[in-house]
Design a protein around this ligand. Structure first.
Ligand code: FEO
Length: 172
């Protein structure tokens, strides 16, 4: 059974994951409209992943005797202008999510809720991987700069870039 403080903290994270899913959906849609098919598929997949992160939390809260709160999502207000800025936003957003997960773990330790703290370790590991992927992609984009041929190849190969980049010691 989770206590009210943990329930509220987990519900806040449910909202954050839902907003992440919405933000990446907006990025996918922007990329699709720009003709970046690979990038749009990447963000559609990211958006789906964030929804899975949200669902995992919803089910956990309900299974542990709490009640998951499904709230309205925030409209992403960012104006996207180029791939480098979009991926910088992606990295910044993941860094912020990592901070929220760490805060959540801290609340669990304060409340001596070691079951939830253990459940959250999956998110801790996931954040290491997501930040690593975002950083690797951003580094590649910075190398390419505004070179059209480079951007064409980047868009074509982005899914391979992420798979190989994420295959470090922390990946499953
Ligand atoms: Fe659910 Fe990308 O963190």
């Amino acid at each position: 059974m989770i206590n009210k403080k943990i329930e509220a903290a987990l519900n806040k994270q449910i909202e954050a994951e839902a907003n992440s899913s919405n933000l990446y959906l907006a990025m996918a849609s922007w990329a699709e409209a720009q003709g970046y098919e690979g990038v749009s598929n990447f963000f559609y997949d990211q958006s789906d992943e964030e929804r899975q992160h949200m669902l995992k939390l919803v089910k956990y809260v309900n299974e542990r005797g709490g009640r998951a709160h499904i709230c309205a999502t925030t409209e992403p207000l960012k104006i996207f202008d180029c791939l480098t800025h979009v991926f910088q936003d992606f990295l910044d957003h993941e860094v912020e999510i990592t901070r929220l997960i760490n805060e959540l773990v801290h609340v669990c330790l304060e409340e001596k809720d070691y079951t939830t703290q253990n459940f959250l370790q999956w998110y801790v590991a996931e954040q290491i991987e997501e930040e690593a992927v975002a950083r690797t992609i951003l580094d590649k984009l910075k190398l390419i700069g505004t070179d059209k041929g480079g951007l064409y190849l980047f868009d074509r190969d982005i899914n391979q870039i992420t798979v190989t980049s994420a295959a470090g010691p922390m990946s499953e």
